[in-house]
Write a protein that binds this ligand. Structure first.
Ligand code: 2HG
Ligand code: ZN
Length: 474
């Protein structure tokens, strides 16, 4: 059956749009973390919405699974096809037009294959801000970012991707194109269908374009890198910053001593800007005002940090004195994933708890993991301001990677037991993907999973979109 389906897709879209040579499709068949290697029947790269719809129609007619793929940066294998050679990967990478930017409505209408960074740059060139910022923004694409409801560094101030979506264009399971590209800031007419597709991880339809809500442009940013005596001190500092300038506070990111050490060790040119500690935070503030406003922000932050230092809430701090220095601070945070990848096998726990419970989460989870695997490197970091910590576990120095990874489920359970006791979630922003389907029954079983299954059955009755993702087997 592989031959006829690929031939039909070629006849409809043209030879260049359908890849099936193993060397051409290898990059689409494996996830970023090298945890999953699939075997797609073909990779289809439509250049128009009509071609995308034709692809879905043809695959649906042949009963072939369709795996929508953006920048392929999933942390949970959410865009990797199965290994049985039946699935078609539908790459949106050629759909990358900026259809419109509306300065009055403060919106942009962009296609799914545009990278997040390209979209940010287009908004900035128009004097506006697309306030979604994630480490993989140079390759992550708008369609994937929305399908996974990405979070990132500015969620604290602007919310997750979900909060930025006013309208969507989606190819449905029968190949119909739903044009929901409304630009309305208010539209209270029945169920919010667009929000069903946001966060659906490609299981309900293929997002081809979106209307995104923008914010007033930013003219200046400053950052501070702080060494703290404890995680509890981070919460004190966060509250001070919010009380002083909640609107200007765009990011408040946590890094453990263990995780920053991995960055210093594995990332070229990385240098710690403050004295060594077990806990660090990166603070980012922004203004849309003039040079005086930026100077005011800088002196205000300086005063706040000095006072916190006097009270013992900060051990050491460095303020960015130039844009280059701010970007260097930011890089120390953004390179955490890459550094951990280079440090060996790692087990990712993208967890969230109520913010006040973060100190307890870190203490209890670290103790439990060390008890389970002596020598394990517990390297938490993340979006402390949202209660979302990447409680990642890196293999002991001398251990063998495969043996460590074989204990993934056990160690995730160790962390998740603490998370559950604290009223948290096992996946705060990376989604469920293929990796965490086994947790869904336990955490979301009962009415929630029943409703999710009913929605899936109503919107994709034949189950062609991204099988094996979100739902536990059976
Ligand atoms: C981040 O916050 C990303 O940098 C990646 O969500 C986290 O590598 C990770 O676990
Ligand atoms: Zn994150």
């Amino acid at each position: 059956m592989a031959g006829p389906l690929a031939a039909r897709l070629r006849a409809a879209l043209g030879d260049g749009a359908v890849l099936s040579d193993p060397s051409d499709i290898a990059g689409y068949a494996e996830d970023w973390r090298h945890l999953y290697r699939g075997q797609p029947l073909a990779v289809v790269r439509p250049s128009t919405v009509e071609q995308t719809a034709a692809t879905v129609r043809i695959c649906a007619g042949a009963g072939a699974p369709v795996v929508p793929q953006g920048g392929n940066t999933s942390m949970v294998g959410g865009a990797t096809p199965s290994g049985d050679g039946t699935a078609v990967v539908l790459s949106l990478e050629r759909l990358r037009a900026i259809r419109a930017i509306d300065l009055v409505a403060m919106t942009m209408t962009v296609e799914a294959g545009l990278t997040l960074r390209q979209a940010q740059e287009a908004a900035e060139a128009a004097g506006l801000l697309l306030p979604l910022s994630i480490g993989s923004e140079g390759s992550a694409q708008i369609g994937g970012v929305l399908a996974t409801n990405a979070g990132g560094n500015n969620t604290l101030r602007f919310g997750n991707a979900r909060e930025m979506v006013l309208g969507l264009e989606v190819v449905l399971a029968d190949g119909t194109v739903w044009d929901g590209l409304r630009q309305l800031h208010k539209d209270n007419t029945g169920y919010s269908l667009r929000q069903l597709f946001v966060g659906s991880e490609g299981t309900l339809g293929v997002i081809t374009a979106a209307v995104l809500r923008l914010q007033p442009g930013v003219t200046g940013r400053i950052a501070a890198f702080c060494a703290l005596p404890s995680v509890d001190a981070a919460l004190v500092l966060l509250n001070r910053l919010r009380a002083w300038d909640a609107a200007g506070l765009h990011a408040f990111e946590y890094m453990s001593g263990q995780s920053l050490d991995l960055v210093l060790r594995h990332i070229e040119g990385a240098q710690r800007p403050v004295a060594g500690s077990d806990h660090y935070v990166l603070i980012e503030l922004a203004t849309g005002g003039d040079a005086a406003a930026l100077a005011g922000l800088e002196s205000g932050l300086e005063g706040l940090l000095a006072a916190a230092m006097e009270e013992g809430a900060i051990a050491d701090a460095a303020l960015s004195r130039s844009e280059a220095q701010r970007l260097a601070f930011r890089r120390l945070r953004e390179e955490h994933s890459e550094a951990q990848k280079r440090a060996g096998a790692s087990i990712k726990n993208d967890v969230s708890v109520p913010i006040a419970a973060i100190p307890e989460l870190l203490r209890a989870a670290e103790a439990a993991c060390i008890a389970a695997v002596p020598g394990i490197r517990v390297a938490p970091f993340g979006h402390l301001g949202d209660g979302n910590i990447h409680l990642n576990l890196v293999q002991p120095e001398a251990a063998e990677a495969a043996g460590f990874l074989a204990r993934s489920d056990e160690l995730m359970h160790v962390v998740n037991t603490v998370v559950r006791d604290l009223g948290g979630s096992f996946s705060a922003e990376h989604g469920v993907g293929r990796l965490k389907t086994g947790l869904m029954e336990e955490w979301r079983g009962g009415p929630e999973l029943r409703l999710m299954r009913a929605i899936k059955a109503a919107i994709d009755p034949a189950g062609i979109f991204n099988p094996g993702v979100i739902f536990p087997p059976g």
